[in-house]
Design a binder for this molecule. Sequence first.
Ligand code: CA
Ligand code: CA
Ligand code: CA
Length: 287
Amino acid sequence: MKTSTLKKLIGTTVASLCLVSVSGLPAVAGQLHNGWNYGIDSFTDGSGGESFNIRGIAIKETSDSVFVALTGGTPLAGNAYSRAADGNIGWGDLFLNFTNKKFTDASSQKSLFGVRFAEMNDSGVATTGLYGNVTGASVTGENSGYISLKEYYDHGFDTANTQGTDIATKQAAYDYFGDTTSILNVIDSGAKLGGIVSWSATDLQNQGLDFGHFTAQGTQTFGFSFNKSDLGLADGNYDYMASIFLECGNDGVALKGKIDVPEPGSLAGLALVGLTVLGSRLSKRQS
Ligand SMILES: [Ca+2]
Ligand SMILES: [Ca+2]
Ligand SMILES: [Ca+2]
């Protein structure tokens, strides 16, 4: 192996180690526990009661996948609600913003990624999956919801952590999403990049998910994963802001974190370093 490659690999390892320690700081990301990054939402900001209350979001990355888990009182299939156009109010789509720009700017520039995971919802895209070049749309109107965040907060929900601990105040939420802008809560349009795999609460707990650590376990917990490579990002570390609202805008949560896209072959390369070191130790022992 070339020294330069080895240096690069060591650099990658050091960078990964730094990432772990940096991510532990509240200023940089949500709260790390057992391999998952958590955004814990207010438990009292779901307009309409527990059926419309989000308690938390958590994201975990493996070498090749990104797992997203949600918990609260809203079932994956939504709640029956006669005043909604389709008789149902459920989850909007998940957005991932890697641009460090405001949500509204990233949306108008079609720079968002989005995931439709709820088959029953009013997404602008036809099928579940991961989408790129995404712009958002609002479906709060046809779901008997709030026309803007300002209307939501003015209704008496200006408490702490209404968009989770990473967008903790009303002003921070206005800065990111806009105050009188309509709540963009589904994918309007985008290019489909890949499918998703759905996971049950038990599946996710077997992967180390533990909302109970934050006493945030809701009656409904579920999640999904997608292939990291489907994002189409070059190797590197990417800051993201993940966010989601219910279809009515009655609750929402955001989570700040990082995704590490490894250099192709670097994992195999690290294994090779391990084998080389082991090999040299064995040969020394033998000599
Ligand atoms: Ca909530
Ligand atoms: Ca609906
Ligand atoms: Ca909330």
